[in-house]
Design a protein around this ligand. Sequence first.
Ligand SMILES: O=P(O)(O)OC[C@H]1O[C@](O)(COP(=O)(O)O)[C@@H](O)[C@@H]1O
Ligand SMILES: [Mg+2]
Ligand SMILES: [Mg+2]
Length: 329
Amino acid sequence: MAKSLQEFIVEEQRQHGGPDISALIFEIADSCRRIAVAVNRGALSGVMGYAASENIQGETQKKLDVITNDIFTHDNEITGFYAGLASEEMDDPYEISAGIQRGDYLLVYDPLDGSSNVDVNISVGTIFSILKAPNKNPAVADFLQPGVQQLCGGYALYGSSTMMVLTTGHGVNGFTLDVETGEFVLTNPGMMIPADTAEFAINMSNRRFWEAPVQRYVEECVKGKDGGREKNFNMRWVASMVAEVHRILCRGGVFMYPFDTKDPTKAGKLRLMYEANPMSFIVEQAGGVSSTGRQRIMEIQPNGLHQRVPVILGSKNEVDRVVSYHQGV
Ligand SMILES: O=P(O)(O)OC[C@H]1O[C@](O)(COP(=O)(O)O)[C@@H](O)[C@@H]1O
Ligand SMILES: [Mg+2]
Ligand SMILES: [Mg+2]
């Protein structure tokens, strides 16, 4: 019989040792199960559309951004495992309430990724990263750890089925939610990204704002066999990073939200701490590569909780090619 997430994580912990974060992972999975219910009920709960608020990035929040942030924050706060929490939807780290025990870890998360898709019933997700807390009363600086220090990176995908995919540094495993039992079951053990691909994902409407190396790469993909590449390429853009990364884990591909000059105040669109880092951890553990074009993402020393970074990730040979185009540029 297929293993449950719980059985799998306990076994992985026993096998590899290190800090025991198995209970943290079960609680996160349970919280994602509750978010899946909120997302799946859709309009039935009256949660479609915009809230009357903006987040720190000046983005108008969807009602579900706010609801899922509340669920994820509350569920994980009360476990007593964390010294502090930080989310895309909160300007500053969330302080653990008085009376709740402070634990040894930090949790950073994007409670609802791809939220522009919820009103049109397209896949969304939750992304999270677990770090060691340097102390029980963490300041912002204590959260600013490079991705290589993550203890766990993972996401939940609320798609045609709900899945949880995660790594603790010993490969990548995928679990599907059995809605009848409420349990996540191991369905995709040892996920690996093929080194080669003929599929790329990028928001083409930003084309005129990209730098020369990305212009060159995409141009070559579009021209395919007529432009010197050995094959023709296909393109996908879901506008949900979770769905995009999941597709790449399942069948390969390259995903890019590169540096662009659209808004000179922003180095890219995606956020380092709770989007790029956990996804990079997963991609690297699955044999892929994740880079800004000029630097391995997981080696970036963060300078802010909501810092943005260019992201190019996926199948090794294609990402290596894009990175090589950046050399000397
Ligand atoms: O709408 P665009 O510019 O194509 O951006 C899509 C990207 O933005 C995101 O939706 C950002 O995430 P949020 O929904 O959490 O802000 C990514 O999931 C996705 O890859
Ligand atoms: Mg996001
Ligand atoms: Mg989000």
